[in-house]
Each structure stands twice: as C-alpha cells, then as structure tokens.
Design a binder for this molecule. Structure first.
Ligand code: ATP
Length: 516
C-alpha cells in the first residue's frame, strides 16, 4: 500500500493549512515508509520530479488506462513507482515517444484513482512548489530525529533531496555532516529577503554592508587549478556559454576557489544593458564566439566560499568579504560599503540607482553563507515593487496582435494555503510586451498548452514573468479576493522556475502594507 499511503498523505498535506501540521503528517508517513521507500518518496515530492517528467508532455497523459479496481492484486510501491518514472525519463532516441507511452500505460494500469492523481501531479510538476521543498526538508529532519539545520545544510551542498533524505534516515547527523562543499559541485545559492527601503533593511541588520544589486545573471564559479566551471542560480552548468567569466576566475591569484557573483553586459555609455541582452548570452547555446563579440559580459564577484583548500561558508560575512578583497581586484568586485548610518546608506542607494543598477543588497556582516532566504542575512531593496508570477493561460490578441497570444493570466503560488489550489490568479495583462516578446511568448505558451476555448489557451504553469504594478486592490472576481492594479510585464525570467515564483502570502503582505 506504500504509494497509496504517500498519495493520501500528499493530499492531506496540501489541504492542511498549518506548516507544523504539514511537517508532522509528512514525517509520520516517511517514518512508516522506512529508510528504503522514504528517500524515493522525497524524490517524488521534491524538485526531483522535474527530472522525472523530462519528455512527458500533457498529450502523453491523455487517454491513459482507467484507474485499477481496488483491491489491487499487487499494489504499487513508492520505490517501484520512482524507478518506473526514472526509466521513462531515460528513454531517448528513435521511437522514444511510443516507448515512453508504453511504459506509462503499464504504470497507470496498475495504479488506483488516488495513485493516478498523485502520479499526474508529480509528472506535471504540480507538487513542486518551493514551499513544499522546505516542508519536505523539515519533515525529513523530523522523521530522522535530526536538527532541521543539518538537513538544510546538507541540501545546500548536494542538490539531491533524495540523497540527503537517505543519509538522514540511515546515518543521522554524522552522515549529513559528510556533505561538504566540493570544488566543482554547485551549491544552492544564498537568496535575499526584501525590504521596502534601506532604512527598514538596516533596522533588521544593524550596521551592514551595502552593495550594488546588479541586474545580470547569477554566476557561481568553481576553480580547481586550471579547471573552471560556471553555474547559474538554478545550478545549470553554463561554462561554455560565458568564457569571459571563466577567464576572469582563471586570472585570479588562487589555486582553488568558489566565487559567487553576477555577470552583466554594459553599453557603450557605461550603463548596464537591458537584462534580456545579458540573459540571452546564457540562454543560447548558439555560436558563443559571435554572441561574446556582440554582448561581452563582465564578471563581478560579491562572495568567496572557498579559497585554496579552505572552506569559508560558515565564516561571517565580514571575514568572507575580507578574503574576497584579498583575492579579487576591485574591478572584478561589486561596489561595497559598510555603514550603520541611514543617511549614508540612502546616499549609496541613490548613487547606485543613478549608475543604472537595479537596487542594493544590505548584508549582515555576522551572517554565514546559507542557502535560501532563511535568516535574512541578505536583504534586497529596489525602488519599485515587482512580483515574479507564473503564466497560467493567455488570450488571443486582436487588431495588430491578431494571431499572437497576448493577454496573460497571472498567478502566484498558493504555497499550501487551503482552498486555493496550487496557483492563485491575481489579474491579467497585455501591457509592456514588445513585438519580439509577443512572438516569443506565443511559441513558448503554445508548447505548454493543456487546453483551450475560443479565447483562451491554458498552459502548464512554468513560465515566470516579472510584473510591475501600482498596488493591490480588493476584487471579488479573483480567488484570493485580491487583484493587481495596473499590472505590466517587465520581462520574462528564464533563470527562474515556477517553484521560485512569488506567493500569494507576499501579495497579502503588500495589501496589508497598503492598509487593505
Ligand atoms: N551584490 C549582490 N549580492 C548578492 N546578490 C546580487 C548582488 N547583485 C546582484 N545580485 C542578484 O540579486 C539576487 C538576490 O535577490 P534574490 O535572492 O531575491 O534573487 P532573485 O529572486 O533572482 O532577485 P530579483 O528577482 O530581485 O533579481 C541574486 O540572486 C543575484 O542574482
């Protein structure tokens, strides 16, 4: 009954509003599944389902066998289901489509209704909602009887939640402590919390460092002798696409290093080029030499996690910055100033904006480097409010936009809020779209189509779009009772996946700040 148990638990976790209760439910289930099945359950529930759904589009999920009648003679196990999905993901080459379909049909024929619903959710990535990742991590800690921080720390060094769950459940704290920073293996990046202005950021941190927030692409650079690898925010290896960044790291007087930074292109006027131009450098595999000539990148480093055999991850910010300043020349570092004075901080913020940068980061000098936003060791401050939302559907345009998908339905992550489903629509917009973006989004959205009527094409919730807006208003038409005022597209965020989109809780916070 193992898969059934997991499927029912996952349903109960989704319906449960309280975070603690969610963790307890899931931890009980993992304990009951035991050390062999539980890591597979974690792989299905967490981000690793992304990998499993490779090559499986919504079309292949249609016309599958009806649910198996209960009681089933040989019920599906969790490990068994995970293995089967892995097998499906590994099918490549000629006839792959048909073979995948055959395997999927076999799997579904053995699954009951509740199991089929769970497998579908895994396959379309519906379970993968970021917030759930954190709940899963805490549930693993609970089930294994180890501190949550030990699990999170291991996850930072090793992307695989499955491997970490296995270590926690079989070897406890010592097994988790064996996960360490390895030069050459990407670590999950530290992220920033947000504050509306520098004064409130400083209130939280006390005297802090302020740095430019460059609007480029996050780069994590690993150097081991003359070998170098560059990873994105989502841990993709882009070394071949950004040779300038690799060269910059190789020129440093170091034997081995792990550097965190941002790559960005500047125009002839010395101001940052639009984000899309920098992003195109890392998104495209085509002709890196020509792209490099057209849009040369500059690397700016802001953190040093490892230097010549020594790990700095747990050192406070001020020690890592000192090590960075020692190893990296000023031209390759972001501007950095340290102050506890509001007026000085505000002046730095204004100067940074005047140079064309996006905002500033306010960093706590005592904070170690930690994955995720927890602890708020880094706080970002930008001059205007934006949200990263997911496109749920789009309407066909008219007039000049005929033939293009134009008006976007925008959703925030419900992140487990009861009664809302995984995505909460907050409004629509067709504003801010250039002709080029219209054509691009039409193709991208059609490739993700899950159904349509005469006006609207519904899509898999995968594309993240950054939306600027003037405020939040009450609206009975939308499920959370809130809608964005004057929403407009700033840009697409190809460097983010849907699990990293903003939550409806963040929108409620903005509404509360506006007195709604
Ligand atoms: N000096 C800096 N220190 C840290 N991060 C920086 C710095 N300059 C630019 N950044 C970028 O800002 C991001 C920090 O903000 P956050 O963790 O919220 O990521 P994000 O959601 O990608 O942010 P945003 O959408 O605001 O760019 C980093 O991922 C990095 O790409």
């Amino acid at each position: 009954m193992a898969l059934r148990h997991l499927a029912l638990t996952s349903r109960a976790v989704a319906a449960e509003p309280g975070r603690r209760a969610k963790i307890a439910l899931l931890a009980d289930c993992l304990r009951e599944l035991g050390p062999t099945e539980a890591p597979a359950a974690v792989a299905l529930l967490s981000g690793e389902s992304q990998r499993l759904r490779t090559g499986i589009g919504p079309a292949s999920l249609r016309d599958l066998p009806p649910p198996a009648a209960e009681p089933v003679e040989r019920p599906l196990g969790v490990r068994e289901a995970e293995r089967e999905l892995e097998r499906i993901a590994e099918v490549h080459g000629a006839g792959a489509q048909a073979e995948r379909r055959r395997l999927l049909t076999g799997l579904f024929a053995r699954a009951t209704g509740v199991e089929q619903a769970f497998l579908r959710a895994v396959l379309v990535g519906e379970l993968r909602q970021g917030a759930l990742d954190a709940v899963v991590a805490d549930a693993v800690a609970h089930a294994a009887g180890v501190p949550a921080a030990a699990v999170r720390r291991a996850l930072m060094f090793r992307g695989s939640a499955r491997a970490v769950a296995e270590a926690a459940l079989t070897g406890g704290v010592p097994a988790l402590a064996a996960f360490r920073l390895e030069v050459g293996r990407a670590v999950r990046p530290m992220l920033a919390a947000a504050a509306p202005d520098v004064a409130s950021a400083l209130e939280r941190t006390g005297p802090a460092a302020l740095e430019w927030k460059l609007d480029g692409i996050r780069v994590q650079v690993h150097r081991d002798g003359q070998d170098v690898a560059v990873f994105t925010r989502s841990l993709d290896d882009i070394t071949a696409r950004v040779p300038e960044v690799a060269e910059a790291a190789l020129a440093l007087p170091l034997r081995s290093a792990v550097l965190d930074g941002e790559a960005i292109a500047f125009g002839a006027d010395g101001r940052p080029r639009p984000f899309q131009e920098t992003a195109a450098r890392t998104a495209s595999r085509r002709d890196p030499a020509r792209l490099r000539a057209e849009v040369p990148l500059n690397a700016y480093f802001f953190d040093l996690l490892h230097r010549d055999g020594e790990d700095l991850v747990d050192r406070p910010g001020r020690e890592r910055w000192a090590a960075l300043a020692d190893a990296v020349p000023p031209g390759l570092r972001v501007a950095h100033t340290e102050t506890g004075d509001r007026d000085e901080a505000l002046a730095f913020f204004r100067e940074t904006l005047a140079l064309g940068h996006e905002g500033v980061l306010v960093k706590d000098p005592a904070a170690g480097y930690g994955a995720g936003r927890r602890g708020a060791g880094w706080i970002k401050v930008k001059p205007r409010h934006t949200l990263d939302l997911v496109v749920l559907a789009a309407e066909w345009g008219s007039g000049r936009r005929r033939g293009y998908l134009s008006n976007l339905h925008l959703g925030a992550r419900a992140a487990g809020e009861p009664g809302l489903g995984p995505w909460v629509m907050l409004g629509k917009t067709f504003k801010g779209l250039t002709d080029e973006t219209l054509a691009w989004q039409t193709a991208e959205l059609l490739a993700r189509e899950t159904g349509r009527d005469s006006w609207t094409v519904r899509v898999r919730p995968e594309l993240v779009v950054e939306i600027a807006f003037d405020g939040v208003q009450r609206s009975p038409r939308y499920p959370a009772g809130l809608a964005l005022r004057f929403a407009r597209v700033v840009r697409y965020r190809p460097d983010k996946n849907a699990a990293e989109a903003d939550t409806v809780a963040a929108v409620r916070e903005i509404a509360a700040a506006e007195g709604l």
